[in-house]
Design a protein around this ligand. Structure first.
Ligand SMILES: CC(C)CCC[C@@H](C)[C@H]1CC[C@H]2[C@@H]3CC=C4C[C@@H](O[C@@H]5O[C@H](CO)[C@@H](O)[C@H](O)[C@H]5O)CC[C@]4(C)[C@H]3CC[C@]12C
Length: 862
């Protein structure tokens, strides 16, 4: 039966389905997730942060930076004709259209919008373009008693090309539902009594290091026939050869039909060979053939014309012509497309399934500099010859059920926990999109690679570097789609929870890569834009800001960021040490701990020089020397001082585990001095002051002041002999943040503002104190949960989720920051993955024991 839903159920489904006029609920659609009617409009206009939004005092303060940046930007973009790693002058405009991306980890991603469009592309690693390719569509054809009764492109668009197609599906009769890595689209076909549910599945499976790397997505079409007669149903999937850029017209592209049979399973479709000079690739559209399901194709058609020949072909008999042989090569200026069609008969009042897939094979990739060839992770399973698309398609269509079983087993305990709010379930899984759609790249180590090649001239002495990278490859993801730096480390600190909890080996591999860069240097001098001073790119024994720009040669040349000389940043080294212990605590990988131990000691030695007065506490340098890179800190500070004490604490713990008594004593002494100094200099009776400089804003309430405690709590080092920050102080600080930064800001509906003055007015002393950072808010919520302020934690985080996903239409592009009004900054950002630390906190509360990452999740009772 075609399942129906009532108006009440519609209302319960969320605020974005108010315009839904259909009655269908679809088939197998998850209960929790992000749901939106295809007729929805996001009303609130928001803009990227621009020069016009900078208050006068900031203009004066940053005038030097602005001039230096402009000079650098002009040389980069206009003279060298390259793109800037952060383009402050051409921000990506906000489009409130995105849905779940397709594809596994590190093989590139193709994002579909919630209206079904194919609109965001990342095939060249780390490089995005935002283009809706109009020919990429699903079209349905219904036939009764040998006559076509209905044929419709399942798109609400009315484009100027392909005018021979029937566009303009009425969005009021369909909804989209995302629960990453799956999404559903439910279409009621007006006047037909037929409901289509398209389930989109990508292979993103925790603790899986094979199928999770595959560049594929599957579309399972559930067809429910509510009629009293049989219906022949066809779903046609059309795709342009390319990604919507000018390269689609560069000539030399061609298509060919294919069929692939293995283990008695056959898939058929069309390969679209995209023959560019750099990073050529093949797209494949296909469908699974089975008893009662026919698969037909059209090898090539012109997607810029009327498309009438395609339309008529399908209309005639619900099938495509299926010519044999290859298409000719496209001429310069010409674009080509192909289509595959799966058809079956659905009995009266019955149900059938059609399975289609999209795969893309770009096995060998160059980054912008084109210096080194990299092989993607999936090539170890499917080869690097560029001919894997048929096998990938076959694998996807014959394994998606297994993927779904694994995804369900992973998500079920969380989804079924009635004590968790529904928005949280959506946020937790949907924010995970960034693991794949963060410009992510996952590559193999070249087979002839030696430890010396990796460790650089200094040699890191990391005994397990080679085995780890050989087995699990190298992983990198961007700070943000607009902030094009890989593995930005001060931000990864927050996001790393998702990785260590779900793909711990990728976190370990990433950490090895960072460890290698620590012991190496890059003596090239360059000018830093914030202060204008010149210094070398990378100093020895410090953690880099990032692992490089995909527009250049990441891993080879680190520190793409040139706003500040981050050798003087106070947080990076500490964040490395904290992650090492957190990873060890969650994975129990003692080989990793042993390898990282000398690196931790080296970076802590570097850090010790920031304790100028030898009181056991580091001081900030009077510039924005940490992740809040436009918010000046001077003297002892709650953020960096807190991280420092937490790092010193884990040094003691690691020394204890490794039996290094001398180091343990050294850091125990520092810790006892430092704790005393921290309390004396920063505690004001209610919370920790922003810094100890005594400036006008020293007493600001920073939402992230408990970051050190957050990490200690996550690795079970927050009580007993390891208590660093007095419990009563932590709780008081969190309550103050909740009262001031959360509840006194935007009526408590937008999360926590970064900096609040004690009188309840946001701290406007810098461009960042006045922002809400979504990733910081999720981390803050986790800290609250850890400390027993569970309701406050959920309330705090909910504000961000509702603002981003429901009010501002920023689904699948959660930004770094927004302000109370008008602006946001840096779309599709890494930091919000920190929501997984909320999950860790909940699991810890439920079990009151360390949650080993390999075991199934326990039910949560917040
Ligand atoms: C005279 C002009 C009209 C005045 C112009 C003022 C502008 C120059 C500045 C106003 C806002 C500044 C930007 C704010 C944020 C930035 C982000 C930063 O990169 C990353 O940011 C993360 C924090 O969000 C940080 O944790 C990461 O480590 C960083 O990689 C880069 C600088 C900047 C873009 C900053 C630049 C100057 C302004 C635009």
């Amino acid at each position: 039966d075609v399942s129906q839903c009532s108006a009440g159920q519609r209302a319960a489904a969320g605020p974005l389905v108010r315009r839904y006029e259909g009655a269908a609920r679809g088939r197998g659609v998850a209960a929790a997730g992000w749901r939106v009617c295809l007729a929805h409009r996001f009303e609130e206009p928001r803009q990227p942060y621009g020069a016009g939004d900078v208050p006068f005092h900031d203009v004066l303060r940053h005038i030097g930076l602005a001039l230096r940046y402009f000079r650098w930007w002009y040389k980069k973009t206009r003279i060298e004709k390259k793109s800037a790693f952060i383009d402050l002058l051409c921000a990506v405009p906000l489009q409130q259209i995105y849905g779940c991306p397709l594809g596994g980890i590190g093989g590139g991603t193709i994002t579909r919008g919630w209206r079904g469009e194919f609109c965001r592309w990342q095939l060249n690693p780390g490089i995005y373009h935002y283009e809706t390719v109009i020919a990429n569509q699903f079209t349905v054809c219904l036939r009764c008693k040998g006559q076509t009764v209905y044929q419709q492109v399942l798109s609400v668009e009315r484009p100027s090309t392909l005018q021979g197609w029937n566009w303009g599906y009425c969005g009021h009769y369909a909804f989209y539902h995302a629960l990453y890595p799956r999404a559903w689209m439910v279409y009621e076909l007006p006047g037909q009594n037929v409901v289509l549910t398209c389930r989109q599945v990508s292979p993103v499976i925790p603790h899986d290091y094979k199928d999770s790397s595959l560049p594929v997505g599957v579309f399972i079409w559930e067809v429910e026939n509510g009629k009293d007669e049989d219906v022949d149903v066809s779903i046609m999937f059309s795709l342009q050869n390319g990604t919507g850029t000018k390269e689609d017209r560069s000539g030399g592209h061609w298509n060919e039909p294919f069929a692939f049979e293995k283990d008695g399973e056959r898939v058929a479709g069309v390969l679209l060979h995209h023959c560019t000079r750099v990073n050529p690739f093949t797209l494949a559209i296909s469908a699974r053939e089975k008893a009662g399901t026919g698969v037909t194709h059209l090898t090539a058609f012109n997607p810029t014309g009327s498309g009438r020949e395609v339309w008529q072909d399908l209309l005639q008999d619900g099938r495509l012509d299926s010519p044999a042989g290859k298409s000719s090569l496209t001429e310069k200026g010409e674009v080509t497309a192909a289509a595959v069609c799966a058809s079956c008969r659905v009995p009266a009042r019955g149900h059938r399934t059609l399975e289609l897939a999209l795969a893309w094979d770009m096995p060998r990739v160059y980054f912008g500099s084109k210096e080194k060839l990299h092989l993607r992770r999936y090539t170890r399973f499917f080869g690097s010859g560029g001919d894997a698309a048929p096998a990938l398609s076959h694998h996807a269509l014959t394994h998606y059920e297994e993927w779904e079983r694994k995804i369900e087993a992973w998500q079920k305990p969380i989804l079924e926990n009635s004590q968790l709010p529904s928005w949280y379930k959506s946020a937790l899984f949907n924010e995970l999109y960034f693991v794949t759609d963060g410009g992510t790249i996952w590559v193999e180590l070249p087979p002839d690679c030696h430890a010396e090649d990796l460790q650089g001239p200094a040699g890191a002495g990391l005994s397990h570097l080679l085995p780890v990278l050989r087995e699990y490859g190298r992983f990198a993801y961007l700070e943000g789609q607009e902030y094009r730096m890989y593995n930005t480390y001060d931000v990864h600190f927050y996001a790393s929870f998702a990785l260590v909890m779900l793909w711990p080996k990728l976190q370990i591999s990433l950490q090895y890569d960072i460890a290698v860069t620590v012991v190496n240097e890059d003596v090239q001098p360059r000018q830093y834009l914030m202060c204008g001073q010149t210094a070398q790119v990378k100093l020895k024994n410090v953690v880099p800001h990032d692992i490089g720009d995909p527009g250049d040669e990441p891993w080879q040349r680190v520190n793409a960021y040139l706003m500040h000389d981050t050798a003087d940043w106070k947080d990076l080294n500490l964040k490395f040490v904290l992650q090492v212990y957190r990873d060890y605590y969650l994975t129990r990988d003692s080989l990793y701990l042993r390898d990282m131990w000398p690196v931790c000691q080296a970076v802590m030695e570097s850090e010790l020089k920031f304790d100028m007065d030898n009181d056991g506490l580091i001081e900030n340098g009077g510039f924005a020397d940490q992740t809040y890179d436009a918010w000046v800190v001077n003297g002892a500070s709650a953020y960096c001082g807190g991280l420092w004490l937490a790092a010193v604490c884990v040094m003691c713990k690691m020394a204890e585990v490794l039996g290094d008594a001398e180091i343990q004593q050294k850091y125990t002494d520092i810790l006892s001095k430092g704790k005393e100094a921290f309390e004396r200099m920063l505690w004001n009776g209610k919370y920790y002051n922003y810094d100890s400089s005594g400036s006008d804003t020293s007493s600001s309430i920073m939402s992230d002041q408990c970051a050190g405690q957050w990490f200690l709590g996550a690795c079970g080092l927050d009580q007993g002999e390891f208590e660093v920050f007095p419990k009563s102080h932590v709780v008081s600080a969190l309550k103050t943040i909740f009262e001031k930064n959360v509840m006194s800001f935007a009526g408590g509906t937008m999360g926590a503002v970064n900096g609040m003055r004690p009188d309840g007015v946001p701290d406007t002393s810098s461009v960042q104190s006045n922002e809400v950072w979504i990733g910081v808010v999720y981390a803050l919520a986790a800290t609250m949960i850890q400390e027993g302020l569970v309701e406050e934690g959920f309330r705090t985080a909910e504000g961000c989720y509702r603002t981003v996903w429901e009010r501002l239409g920023m689904a699948f592009q959660t930004p770094e920051a927004y302000r109370e009004k008008k602006v946001y900054r840096s779309l599709a950002y890494m930091r919000p993955l920190s929501i997984w630390s909320m999950q860790l906190a909940l699991e810890r509360r439920a079990s009151r024991a360390p949650a080993p990452v390999q075991s199934p999740q326990v039910p949560i009772h917040p």
